[in-house]
Design a protein around this ligand. Structure first.
Ligand SMILES: [Zn+2]
Length: 291
């Protein structure tokens, strides 16, 4: 079966979660080909197995190489402790047996986080787990759809998201900008939002090489944490700090996966490639909130 048909059938099965990003009316799959609203706004399913629901075009510096690099890094086990912790939380908090658990990853990029977390939850669930990933970067969604066909992948703008209110049990927002108004709308009353933000030591080995000014080498997430607390009742918050050993083959994808390198000169990138970095620090805050 083609990727397009598999995608259309999965969306067809869950078409009730969609609403038109233009006029907010209900949507349905027509001819296993397009997602169409009751006012005939039409979004075709792409042959690569995703649907583009953008209502305007947005330029993004996030290119294919960046997402392929993220995939390599994620698959090397970089974020495994994070996946373990997040999926434990979901397993303990969300009633997995009853009906389909719906998880939305906002800013999913190439889909590695969602796919791995879903896999971990599914192995402990007798019910079905639906994973939906959205990102404004089409290049990310293309990589996601290429490697994972059992989830719904949408190119979509979080500010005009194509889903009905009170739809999701879990909203993931991992190292990506939030839209709390939309999170409030999309989350069901018992649902949880899991936001992952970098702390000061996140990838500090890269910062130390890329930035000369000490104030740029460090980073504070205080404002982000305050905004989260103002929008959701924080039910848990934990810090996750660990170091990952790096093989030489991972250094180049590590540099390419992060916008930290965008402002770095070629000399600095060269210096980093030559310094035999053997470990990198992961330092994150995981915020868990309810409405
Ligand atoms: Zn419409």
């Amino acid at each position: 079966m083609s990727k397009k048909i598999i995608c259309a059938e999965l969306i067809n099965k869950f078409e009730k979660i969609f609403q038109c990003p233009i006029c907010s009316s209900p949507m349905g799959i027509v001819d296993l080909k397009s997602l169409i609203c009751s006012n005939n706004h039409t979004f075709d399913i792409a042959k690569q197995g995703y649907v583009n629901l953008m209502t305007r075009s947005l330029a993004s510096r996030y290119d294919k190489e960046l997402f392929e690099s993220r995939k390599i890094i994620a698959e090397s086990g970089f974020f495994e402790p994070l996946y373990r912790m997040v999926s434990e939380w979901i397993k303990n908090d969300v009633r997995l047996e009853e009906e389909t658990v719906k998880i939305l990853d906002t800013g999913c990029g190439e889909g590695s986080h969602l796919s791995r977390i879903k896999q971990k939850i599914s192995s402990h669930s007798t019910g079905e787990v639906l994973g939906v990933g959205i990102d404004i970067a089409k290049e990310g969604i293309l990589v996601a759809a290429k490697h994972h066909s059992n989830m719904i992948w949408c190119v979509a703008d979080l500010a005009h998201s194509p889903f009905k209110s009170n739809t999701f049990d879990v909203i993931l927002n991992i190292l990506s900008p939030a839209n709390y108004k939309e999170f409030q709308r999309l989350l069901n009353d018992n649902g949880i939002v899991i936001k992952v933000v970098p702390r000061s030591d996140y990838l500090k080995e890269l910062r130390e090489v890329f930035f000369d000014e000490p104030e740029k080498q460090s980073y504070s997430n205080q404002k982000i944490v305050r905004r989260f607390n103002a929008n959701f009742e924080t039910v848990d918050m934990f810090r996750l700090c660990y170091s990952v050993s790096l093989s030489k083959a991972l250094i180049s994808p590590l540099i390419r996966m992060t916008p930290l390198s965008w402002s770095a000169t070629a000399e600095k990138i060269e210096a980093l490639l030559n310094m035999n970095l053997s470990e990198i620090t992961i330092d994150l805050d995981v915020l868990i909130g309810k409405k």
